[in-house]
Design a protein around this ligand. Structure first.
Ligand code: C2E
Ligand code: CA
Ligand code: CA
Length: 554
């Protein structure tokens, strides 16, 4: 105890001890030297007195997530001294539990590493500009926006805030690699600046999110022209990594003072409108309306309900049969997650998987689906007509890139007792293309366990034959969009034929999804597909319903 107290009193590291509610109970002398806050200043307050405002909500969510899950967080954090000056600290926070296992204190130790990391000037730049695109970052954007709002308030003027989110950026980033993704961001950032006037502030908020504000513009001003010009500029193909890449963007617009008085609510309104624009079919813009927030589809509402739903077990898994193209026999099923919302009813995955991916909720959700599906396969193994079915489970690229997937999959197989050979994972071609080394490695390791890997929605992405050849995969799934117009549409026919021939060359199996008619089934079988899946055979259904349905088939 005396050693500990010596470290506390004489150490170079700042120490903060809070109670379970996060109220500061003690700090040490080093804390005061580093931060400028005396013990009197700090005790009774929250550590947020050090908050610099330079981290977004997601950062603190991650921090708290780690604390709750592992009782420990460590990382680099931007803090603020009493003088208001920013500093960078490497910090650890540990939860200390009492005998009953409840959190009694949090102990945080930190070291000022500002000097080590940056010279003063570079720091100011880093703090305000995005290193990649050289556009103002979120901090500077919000600062400027707040200034503009003060001006607008004084002069009784209005202001338009644009929230821009790139469409399909993730797919490009996954398939062409991060360097290409960075290139694309720079190209598009430059185009946005070009379209806008000198006086407008264009900023990169994070990842593929940008924002712009235009002073002196109100909801009566017709800015459709500017918005269209922006969309066109972003839709223009870009030359990236030797290819022509086309993405696009969705834009949400909010006005001061109509939609909000301050930066935060305005950003939120514009973000909500953007989200609606995306839902409309991308490459479009939308103006904020209060109904969007009240609507049950509001992004923030859905995200928090999603988190809750996961805790309350509101999800279930449906299964859709896959049949042998020649014998018509049931050979496997695909697990498809469903959200049974307590008031909104059943919500299809397209409406919540993207949100789960953005918030990392996809990790616990994905693990749950995998475990549920494996357990179901084991249950079915004990029956006469559903035994030895191959269980296919969808994987999001986020699950692969976050790491730990291999271990968790092994654990799930061990827990449920399913043989790896009975499991198939479906991934989209984006994550598979070489250049995303982490994904490639993980999938290779999964293959080595004996798990099959299929490429989902094949034909919609960027992968080439050369890239495919190197991948640890066993199957291609022809995307539904090429099946829907068979057998009459000659373009789609040619594409489907090309895919099956390619698969043959590469010794891969082929599944066609979205088969709805006998004619489609015949045509796909004749061109050499091994497996067929679609409403023609069965819709996805809960396990028991599927058993009954399948047994009652003529
Ligand atoms: P997907 O993997 O391409 O799944 C096939 C989708 O097509 C399913 O929609 C299925 O219900 C639908 N479908 C099947 N046959 C037919 C047909 O004959 N006609 C038509 N019109 N549609 C058909 P669902 O279940 O709504 O899933 C949509 C997408 O959500 C999936 O596309 C998959 O990308 C994603 N998803 C579903 N479950 C999961 C999951 O557990 N994890 C992850 N990461 N993604 C999932
Ligand atoms: Ca799938
Ligand atoms: Ca698919």
């Amino acid at each position: 105890a005396s050693l500990a107290s010596k470290v506390f009193e004489d150490g170079l590291e700042g120490v903060i001890i809070t109670d379970a509610q996060g109220i500061i109970r003690r700090v040490n002398p080093a804390f005061t030297i580093i931060t400028g806050f005396s013990a009197e200043d700090a005790v009774g307050k929250k550590p947020s007195i050090l908050k610099s405002g330079r981290h977004d909500k997601a950062f603190y969510e991650k921090l708290w997530g780690a604390l709750i899950e592992h009782g420990y967080w460590e990382g680099e954090i931007w803090n603020r001294r009493k003088t208001g000056e920013g500093f960078v600290a490497t910090e650890t926070i540990s939860a200390v539990r009492n005998e009953a296992g409840e959190v009694a204190h949090y102990v945080s130790t930190f070291r000022d590493v500002t000097e080590r990391i940056h010279s003063e000037q570079r720091m100011r730049h880093l703090a305000h500009y995005d290193a990649l695109t050289h556009l103002p970052n979120r901090t500077l954007f919000v600062e400027r926006l707040e200034h503009a709002l003060v001006r607008a308030r004084r002069e009784n003027a209005a202001l338009a805030l644009l929230f821009i989110d790139l469409d399909y950026f993730k797919a490009v980033n996954d398939s062409l690699g991060h360097a290409a993704g960075d290139d694309l961001l720079c190209t598009l950032a430059a185009r946005m600046k070009e379209v806008m006037r000198e006086a407008d502030t264009v900023a990169r908020l994070s990842g593929d999110e940008f924002a712009i504000f235009m002073e002196g513009v109100d909801e009566q001003t017709n800015i459709d022209g500017v918005l269209k010009k922006l969309l066109d500029a972003l839709l223009e193909p870009a030359n990236i990594a030797g290819r022509s890449v086309t993405i696009g963007a969705s834009i949400g617009v909010a006005f001061y003072p109509r939609d909000g008085e301050n930066a935060e609510p305005l950003l939120r309104a514009a973000d909500t409108a953007m989200y609606r624009a995306k839902g409309k079919g991308r490459n479009s813009f939308e103006f904020y309306r209060p109904e969007l927030t009240q609507s049950a589809d509001d992004r923030f509402t859905v995200i928090s309900e999603l988190r809750q739903g996961l805790e309350r077990g509101e999800f279930c898994v449906y299964y859709q049969p896959k049949v042998d193209a020649h014998t018509g026999k049931l050979v496997g099923v695909e697990a498809l997650v469903r959200w049974i919302h307590p008031t909104k009813g059943m919500i299809p995955p397209d409406r919540f998987i993207p949100l789960a991916e953005q918030t990392d909720l996809i990790i616990p959700l994905g693990d749950w689906v995998l475990e549920t599906a494996c357990r179901q396969a084991v249950t079915w193994n004990a029956t006469a007509d559903f035994c030895n079915l191959k269980m296919a489970v969808n994987l999001s690229s986020v699950q692969i890139s976050r790491g730990g997937l291999l271990q968790r999959t092994q654990d799930i197989l061990a827990r449920t007792g399913l043989a790896a050979q009975q499991l198939e994972l479906e991934v989209t071609e984006g994550v598979m293309v070489a250049g995303v080394r982490e994904g490639y490695k993980t999938l290779t390791e999964l293959r080595e366990l004996g798990i099959a890997v299929a490429i989902d929605d094949f034909g919609t992405g960027y992968s080439s034959l050369a890239a495919l050849k190197q991948l640890p995969i066993t199957r291609l799934k022809i995307d539904r969009s090429f099946v829907i117009n068979l057998p009459d549409n000659t373009d789609d026919l040619a594409i489907a034929q090309m895919i099956t021939r390619m698969a043959e060359t590469l010794k891969l199996q082929v599944t066609a999804e979205g088969v709805e008619t006998q004619a489609q089934a015949d045509c796909l079988r004749d061109m050499g597909c091994n497996e067929l899946q679609g409403y023609f055979y069965s819709r996805p259904q809960p396990a028991q319903a599927l058993e009954a349905f399948w047994r009652s088939r003529p």
